[in-house]
Design a protein around this ligand. Structure first.
Ligand code: PHE
Length: 456
């Protein structure tokens, strides 16, 4: 493999399954299992879910195809791609840079939740949540997350683990890990769902998730649905431009994107099915925010035979999903830094991880000692979560859409998406219409509605 993994086809993924597994690994993560349920919960359920699905397939898939195409065309990182593909207009590089910055900020707060997840693996192995009442389970989460030593320790372990995989490089690290872990994840998730829908009172939760009530849709909810769709697909940032650079020339980017988006949506819905029945069965609030999964699920496990085993399986699964996502975030930032500062892989990984230790720990402390620090009424963690997913991501997506739909030559886009004319790609005109008209209008409308709070 080329040191930076960006040389021709060498150094990239070795098969289309490897590429799909890696990109799906990036997409499927805490975004599906932690963030999706709590965002659905805060935004009223069914109607939000419908919008979410519409955003994933109408905007998400074309944007994902575009990112993969830009990466594969240029064989560059998120910033380098714009440098190479728009050599006479350097300002496009800002779109890539914006993505790298957003990715870094996302990783900062995301790493907090990876730390919680590891802690819950350990806790469930020890049986530490068994036999606790729902109130005690919530208290245990609060006690842990507002602490300093343990949440930071687990967060650091996770950051180091991610760094080690990324140091190994594209084939040895990213592809191998994803190929093994993604199928395991899916099977474990199914298992958990089967368990959950058989809980007494499952119906109300399923109702909440699947029966749309459009009166609950505010401008902010629509923007959150868009942001969540992008967050969950890992698009709008150039993470998939980075991965696109490792994808083989003969892979079908349309198929790849549809498969990834479908798998990602399936896992999100499955985790909704695993969580909402329990929320209602235990009389909890679906709108309780980032702690939702961690406060609700231990009660489910406690109420089932063999619950401890299921708990261990679930939190291991969540850690796996999170790891394949943090790998992609770190890789995207590292690929940029390697190019920009002419660094080798290992020192680049060490530098970025060092910086993340600082920003990540600040985010962890914002639940405890720094909980008094408020930005626009939110904790540092809450602010970063909202800033990146709800605002920075859709803005980044607008940049990518503008580039593809209005700047980059249509013939080049067609050439890359059809593998030089080898694929029929009857969808191309629909794709191009979306990139040129539908996506920019929809993204702008949703951003404006969300920012100015139309509809309540
Ligand atoms: N999509 C990942 C998830 O759902 C999170 C992620 C966001 C990964 C942005 C990479 C870039 O957990």
């Amino acid at each position: 493999m080329g040191e930076n993994g960006l040389g021709k086809n060498q150094g990239g993924f070795t098969s289309s399954f490897g590429a799909i597994a890696a990109a799906a690994g990036s997409a499927i993560g805490l975004g599906n299992i932690w963030r999706f349920p709590y965002t659905v919960g805060q935004n009223g359920g069914g109607a939000f879910l419908l919008l979410y699905i519409a955003f994933v397939f109408l905007l998400g898939v074309p944007i994902m195809m575009s990112e993969l195409a830009l990466g594969r065309r240029s064989r560059q990182d998120a910033v380098g791609a714009f440098h190479v593909l728009a050599p006479r207009h350097r300002s496009w590089m800002f779109v890539g840079f914006w993505g790298v910055l957003t990715t870094f900020l996302i990783y900062s707060f995301y790493s907090v939740v990876t730390g919680w997840t590891l802690d819950y693996v350990v806790l469930s192995c020890q049986g530490g949540l068994a036999d606790k009442s729902p109130a005690e389970v919530s208290q245990a989460f609060t006690d842990f997350s507002t602490g300093t030593f343990w949440p930071i320790l687990y967060q650091v372990i996770f950051l180091v683990l991610t760094a080690l995989v990324v140091m190994l490089g594209v084939q040895k690290g990213i592809e191998k890990t994803s190929k093994i872990l993604m199928p395991v994840l899916f099977v474990l998730m199914l298992l958990l769902c089967v368990r959950s829908v058989t809980l007494p009172g499952a119906g109300e939760g399923l109702d909440f998730l699947f029966r749309p009530d459009f009166s609950k849709l505010t401008g902010t909810a629509v923007l959150s649905a868009l942001g969540q769709a992008m967050f969950s697909l890992s698009i709008g940032l150039g993470v998939l431009i980075t991965y696109g650079a490792y994808v083989r020339k003969e892979d079908n980017l349309f198929k790849t994107s549809v498969i990834i988006a479908s798998a990602d949506t399936l896992i999100a819905i499955l985790s909704g099915i695993a969580i909402f029945p329990a929320v209602f069965a235990f009389g909890m609030s679906p709108a309780s925010g980032p702690s939702l999964v961690y406060e609700v699920l231990p009660n489910v496990f406690n109420s089932m035979a063999g619950g401890q085993i299921f708990a261990i399986i679930f939190f291991v699964l969540l850690s796996i999903a999170a790891l394949t996502s943090t790998i992609s975030m770190l890789e995207a930032v590292v690929a940029y830094v390697m190019k920009r500062f002419h660094m080798r892989r290992v020192p680049a990984v060490i530098c970025i991880t060092g910086l993340l230790l600082v920003t990540g720990i600040v985010c962890t402390l914002s639940f405890g000692p720094l909980s008094n620090v408020k930005i626009l009424g939110q904790s540092i963690f809450g602010f970063l979560d909202m800033l990146t997913a709800t605002y920075m991501l859709p803005l980044g997506a607008i940049g990518i859409v503008a580039f593809m739909g209005w700047y980059y030559a249509k013939s080049e886009a067609r050439d890359e998406l059809t593998n030089g004319g080898l694929l029929k790609a009857r969808y191309f005109s629909v794709y191009y219409f979306i990139m040129k008209y539908l996506a920019p209008v929809a993204l702008l409308a949703v951003l404006i509605a969300g920012i100015f709070g139309f509809g309540g």
